[in-house]
Design a protein around this ligand. Sequence first.
Ligand code: SF4
Ligand code: SF4
Length: 307
Amino acid sequence: MTDKNTTMFGKDKNPSNIIPTKYTLDSNIKFRCHPGVSCFTACCGNIDIILTPFDILRLRRLLNLSSDEFLLRFTTPVFVEKTDMPGVKINLDDNGRCPFVTDEGCTIYEDRPSACRYYPIGMANFHQAGDEGEDAERFFFVVKEDHCKGHEEDKEWTIREWRADQGVDICDEMNNEWMQLVMRRKSYGFQANLSEHGQKMFFMVSTNLEKFKAFIFDSSFLDTYEIDDETLEKIKDDDIELMFFGFKYLAGALFGAKTLQIKDEKIQAKVKEIKDSQANREQDAEKAYEELVADRDALTKQANAKQ
Ligand code: SF4
Ligand code: SF4
């Protein structure tokens, strides 16, 4: 087994704060976070909170903002999980605190980002080289930072119970395909770079579903891809469906997965374009060769004339 796919998708990523134990869903942990702990909201500052597409969707709905407004007001671009895939993180205020925290706690608690829900339980996937997540062995780890007094509380429960309480499962379901894309990219390392176009597409789907929808319906997208009417109806009216469709599009566009079918006439047109450009190249090569021969003959003629 190799650990190519480690997912440390949470607030804290300092390995020295990770307890070196593999936990399963049925492992017990002792932890409780509540307004009575002395450290209440201490973890809501000096952190990078990377937002998943689902986090953004949920937050902008709650705040009643368009994607553009939300991104502009609350986020900064950042590369996700040390890859060249661009996403966003929450802007902190001048004191290095999350803009949604008050003395009473989190003001967006019901819709708080995935990273805030996972903390302090991280999740990791171990998989055989070449596997793409489905066959991965999943396990959990506990992040224990000195300032977090929740570990000193008496409440004992399984990781499964903790995750259900935090509403993590629905986040996993919504984030999974997106995380698979990030992890797949991460597993390639930096031998290959994502093209500028690929980065733009990833950023658009990950952060701005309104733009992605316009890209589908107002560009040549539908002339290129074979999309059935039922799917089109769904993605027109349902942002979650649109988001999942976006992940499929990215898997095809970035990694060549056969998730969307390109229209036959487009393929034929591309084949013709390649053939034409090859034919043109051959013609150009022949022309260049003829010009070379003509130059050589002219030089030979000049040389003979001088003798
Ligand atoms: S979103 Fe809420 S829980 Fe997360 S850091 Fe901000 S205030 Fe804390
Ligand atoms: S117990 Fe831990 S998670 Fe809860 S507020 Fe304190 S530092 Fe944050």
